[in-house]
Structure formats: structure tokens, C-alpha cells
Design a binder for this molecule. Structure first.
Ligand code: SAH
Length: 197
């Protein structure tokens, strides 16, 4: 499977076109908002490259009314794109300062009622809100956290980068109690950090 722009469907393109990426980027980096590059958002974290956001949204197969879990809220941009796809979004961020900033911008842009944020360790998912039709993980664990596939609905899709320096974006699809797992393309994400909480 190739992953150039031609793989991105009109619904994903349109959803991304409706979200003003610059609003999710700190003032001093805004001039980079239109480039297809990751951009710093503070705390050593980055907002992902738009083409990766598009690919992950596409792979998640999100449709109107779907319940979607995102791990790694960061700037809130990917969460807004998922909301524009019609999803009810649950997003977990480990750093309180980033979560607070994401909450502000999401509310200001009118996504407050469709994006639910929580500060905590996303490796555990959000069991109280499971099952999810899709789970999108935007930071890379060294190996797959057990709790995440378990929180998928039947037919649900988990999109997750896995690895340390050499990461692969993987797609895991739940069929009943079995999980189909495929490594799709090499990627570079910040690490999904382990916390004690
Ligand atoms: N999706 C974001 C980009 C995320 S960058 C966007 O659209 O802007 C990855 C984020 O994952 C960072 O904000 C980082 O703090 C967060 N993160 C890292 N480890 C985490 C963990 N264990 N639980 C939740 N979030 C985590």
C-alpha cells in the first residue's frame, strides 16, 4: 500500500481544510503553519506533519457518529480533524500545560462539545468511555500497550506508531476476539512516555 497524497479521500481533505492549523501553533512558529512539516508546540512536543495527520485519519476510517479515542492531544489539531469527520472524540494528554492550551483553542473554535479531553497516561486508554470505533495514537510506544486493542469495538481500527528509533505505523483491526495487525509505513513520532499514574 502506497501512502502519498493520492491515497487521501475527499472527506479527509475537506475535514483538514476546515481546521485552521495555524491556530494550534504557538505565535512564533505560525509562519510554518502551511508547510508539510511537524512544528514545535512547546514542552519538546510537536504538531504532526499534515500528511501524517491525513494518513492516520484515513487509516482510522472515521465516519459520522463514530466514537474515537486519541492518545496524545498535543496541540489539539488531530482531535479537531477527527471532530470534523463527524466523530465524538475522546483525547488523553499526559502534560497538563498542553492539555490546557488545547482545551482553550478547541473551545474557541467551537469543537468543545465534540472533543472531550482528559489529563493522564494514554497507555491505559480511556476504559470508562470504551468501546471505540477507532483509536489514533500520536506518540510512539516501544511495543503495543495491551489495554488499547481491548478498548476497540468489533470492527474497530487502531492506528499506532510502534518502535524506538525505527518506528512503523501499524494498523490493528478487531474482528470479534481476533486482531489483524499490519505494519504499514516508517514514521517518526515523539515517544509515548511511561508515567507512574
Ligand atoms: N496529536 C497531536 C500531536 C501529538 S505530539 C497534535 O495534533 O498536535 C504527542 C503528544 O503525546 C505530546 O503532546 C505528548 O505530551 C503526548 N504524550 C506522550 N506520552 C503520553 C502518554 N503516556 N499519555 C498521553 N499523552 C502522551
Amino acid at each position: 500500500m502506497a501512502h502519498d497524497d493520492t491515497d487521501i479521500s475527499p472527506s479527509v481533505r475537506n475535514a483538514m481544510a476546515r481546521v485552521p492549523r495555524a491556530e494550534f501553533i504557538p505565535q512564533r512558529y505560525r509562519w510554518e503553519a502551511d508547510a508539510d512539516r511537524p512544528v514545535p508546540i512547546g514542552e519538546g512536543q510537536t504538531i504532526s506533519q499534515p500528511r501524517i495527520v491525513a494518513t492516520m485519519t484515513e487509516l482510522a476510517g472515521v465516519g459520522p457518529g463514530d466514537r474515537v479515542l486519541e492518545i496524545g492531544t498535543g496541540s489539539g489539531y488531530q482531535a479537531a480533524v477527527l471532530a470534523e469527520m463527524g466523530a465524538e472524540v475522546y483525547s488523553v494528554e499526559v502534560l497538563p500545560s498542553l492539555a490546557a492550551r488545547a482545551r482553550d483553542v478547541l473551545e474557541r473554535l467551537g469543537y468543545g462539545d465534540r472533543v472531550h479531553l482528559r489529563v493522564g497516561d494514554g497507555r491505559k486508554g480511556w476504559p470508562e468511555q470504551a468501546p471505540f470505533d477507532a483509536i489514533v495514537v500520536t506518540a510512539a510506544p516501544e511495543r503495543l500497550p495491551d489495554e488499547l486493542p481491548e478498548q476497540l469495538a468489533d470492527g474497530g481500527r487502531l492506528v499506532i506508531p510502534i518502535g524506538e528509533l525505527d518506528q512503523m505505523l501499524e494498523l490493528i483491526v478487531r474482528k470479534g476476539d481476533t486482531f489483524q495487525r499490519r505494519a504499514l509505513l516508517p514514521v517518526r513520532f515523539v515517544p509515548l512516555v511511561a508515567t507512574r499514574s
